[in-house]
Design a protein around this ligand. Structure first.
Ligand code: UT7
Length: 335
């Protein structure tokens, strides 16, 4: 799917918030848990540390402070939100949705609220949905949260996955604006790559049994090399597709926010796209791959450090389980 903003309709991000748990898990500590080393993790991924949720913290506990911050920054009341989408693969529970739980806790009685699953691309998918509902006149003001508590579905004995991921959440308020805003979106999915990154059990295909637990099938499993090849390809192709659709070039981009999975994947995309590194937001070194939390966390950091200025062209591209990918191009504008 690819498209540009309908004529005369402008919506943008008017508030951003983020939250990560306090607990820091360093590479040094990980090397006491599995057969790995600080050197290997830094050389292959660029990750130095990640945050880990407390045992009692569920996804909604990470999203709530991020959403409150986004609402405060936008200067709007929770009750004025009529659509809440939570992008995640680690909801509090299968049902009810974390969106419904949060809408109740935060005081959004008029909001349609639900969860959306698109792996690490979840936040991009949710942004497109919220934007589309606003453009169709169905929603007046939307809130999109992206977050994951991947530590709860990690196999902490599997060094090929557990060193890569972390916990975190981000949230944005989407509102109508007078100028700028989203210019276009591209989304894609290739389900044939699903088995490259998945959690085998716990769904209707393989319900939970004593065997599935014993066989560690309730943990994320990944073919790292295949996902690496896919990631390097789609980060570039998706970005180029949306730039072309919007009649822009990579030189027009002021701020580039790629999914934070691995510094080597980001470096590859940056080299192929030919964008200068000072325009690229990178925080994977401190948070690891936070899945649906990745792009909004990076966006929140970029905003807090003054890197997002009115009129800037911002490019975001996510990719992940599905396999899925998605890009958004926008002219930064909060009014
Ligand atoms: O949102 C999308 C989510 N996923 C991703 O983006 C992941 C994409 N993939 C990657 O980032 C990389 O493939 C990894 C970081 C997962 C792995 O890097 P790699 O350069 O592709 O390494 P590899 O899988 O080819 O493994 C190289 C070696 C293997 O040993 P042998 O077979 O060469 O003896 C692994 O067993 O490194 C070994 N290895 C490790 N060694 C130390 C794998 N994991 C570790 C580890 N510590 N944690």
């Amino acid at each position: 799917m690819i498209g540009t903003a309908p004529n005369g309709f402008r919506a943008s991000i008017t508030g951003i918030g983020s939250y990560v748990p306090d607990r820091v898990l360093t590479n040094a500590e990980l090397s006491t848990m599995v057969d790995t080393s600080d050197e290997w993790i830094i050389e292959r991924t660029g990750i130095r540390e990640r945050r880990i949720a407390a045992p009692e913290q569920a996804l909604s506990d990470l999203c709530r402070p991020a959403i409150e911050q986004a609402l405060a920054q936008a200067g709007v009341e929770p009750a004025s939100i009529d659509l809440l989408i939570v992008a995640t693969v680690t909801p509090d529970m299968s049902f009810p949705s974390t969106g419904a739980i949060l809408a109740d806790e935060l005081g959004m009685p008029d909001a349609g609220a639900y969860d959306l699953s698109a792996g690490c691309t979840g936040f991009m998918y949710a942004l497109v949905q919220a934007y589309g509902m606003m453009a169709a006149g169905l929603s007046q003001r939307a809130l999109v949260a992206g977050g994951d508590v991947l530590s709860k579905i990690m196999d902490w004995t599997d060094r090929t996955t557990c060193v890569l991921f972390g916990d975190g959440a981000g949230a944005v308020v989407l509102d109508r604006v007078d100028r700028g805003g989203f210019l276009g979106f591209e989304l894609g999915a290739d389900g044939s790559g699903g088995p490259q990154l998945y959690m085998p059990a716990g769904g209707s295909r393989m319900p939970a049994t004593a065997e599935t637990v014993a066989e560690r099938k309730h943990f994320a499993q990944m073919n790292g090399r295949e996902v690496f090849k896919f990631a390097t390809r789609v980060l570039v192709s998706s970005a180029l597709a949306i730039l072309e659709k919007c009649g822009r070039s990579i030189d027009d981009v002021d701020v580039y926010i790629p999914h934070q999975a691995n510094v080597r994947i980001i470096d590859h995309a940056v080299g192929k796209l030919g964008i200068s590194t000072d325009k690229v937001v990178v925080n994977v070194d401190r948070f690891g791959n936070t899945s649906s939390g990745s792009i909004p966390l990076a966006l929140a950091e970029a905003d807090a450090s003054g890197r997002l200025r009115e009129g800037d062209i911002v490019l975001m591209t996510g990719m992940g389980a599905g396999l899925t990918w998605g890009s958004a191009l926008m002219e930064w504008s909060s009014k």
